[in-house]
Design a protein around this ligand. Structure first.
Ligand code: SAH
Length: 217
């Protein structure tokens, strides 16, 4: 069997054993996760673990999130296909690729230039022409590309940064892990008349969001 067929089989298994039984229902999300080659977003030495039910190291002390967490967060965004999305915390670029499958345009910001560059190259190699990887402090958002239909923060925030709320369209959804430095709850906020109506979802553990409106160092 070709190596690519083998990874395809592992991806289908990932969806069937980790996502569907835990309640992920959005067919578009499941299809995107069956498609994006997660093994190309992790370092070579752990490629064999790419489809395991866990987060994995990607360098600079950062991680690529567990597949289930990517699926939950993506599903909460309720993407239909015509959105402009902002992701804070590019990391490997995997979540950005999944978003690229489901939205019109994706801007993703990373504070480490090394990670951003590696992610950008991967996304280009894989043909994601609607995903733009930028280096910077994502807690300040991306003023010149705002407003966004949807925003996702994939690092742990002490609170949702005000600039991100400002850069979200009315009616738009923001999803983020919010809480303490080492334990958070996934929050889905819908902006209504300028204010976020928040729902609380699953407990989670993300690496910290470090920046002007996040953790300090
Ligand atoms: N979404 C990623 C995983 C995110 S890990 C993936 O699919 O692989 C969280 C990332 O957020 C890390 O790479 C970290 O460097 C980055 N990060 C933390 N604070 C940030 C900030 N203020 N702005 C941009 N990126 C930040």
């Amino acid at each position: 069997m070709m190596e690519t067929d083998n990874y395809k089989r592992l991806r289908d298994l990932m969806v069937q054993t980790q996502l569907v039984p835990r309640g992920i229902k959005d067919e578009r999300v499941l299809a995107a996760m069956r498609k994006v080659p997660r093994h190309l977003f992790v370092p070579d030495f752990i490629r064999h673990s790419a489809y395991d039910d866990m987060a994995l190291p990607i360098g600079d002390d950062q991680t690529i999130s567990q597949p289930y967490m990517v699926a939950v967060m993506t599903e909460l965004l309720e993407l239909k296909g015509d959105e402009r999305v902002l992701e804070v915390g590019t990391g490997s670029g995997y979540q950005a690729a999944v978003l690229g499958e489901l939205a019109r345009e994706v801007y993703t910001i990373e504070r480490f230039a090394s990670l951003a560059e590696a992610a950008r190259n991967r996304l280009i190699d894989l043909g994601y022409q609607n995903v733009y990887a930028v280096v910077g402090d994502g807690t300040k958002g991306l003023e010149d590309k705002a407003p966004f239909d949807s925003i996702i923060i994939t690092a742990a925030a002490p609170k949702i940064p005000d600039p991100l709320i400002n850069q979200l369209k009315d009616g738009g959804i923001i999803v983020a892990p919010v809480g303490e430095r080492f334990s958070q709850v996934l929050i889905k906020g819908k902006k209504e008349k300028g204010i976020l109506a928040e729902e609380y979802h699953t407990p989670c553990v993300f690496v910290p969001l470090v920046g002007e409106y996040g953790w300090k160092g």
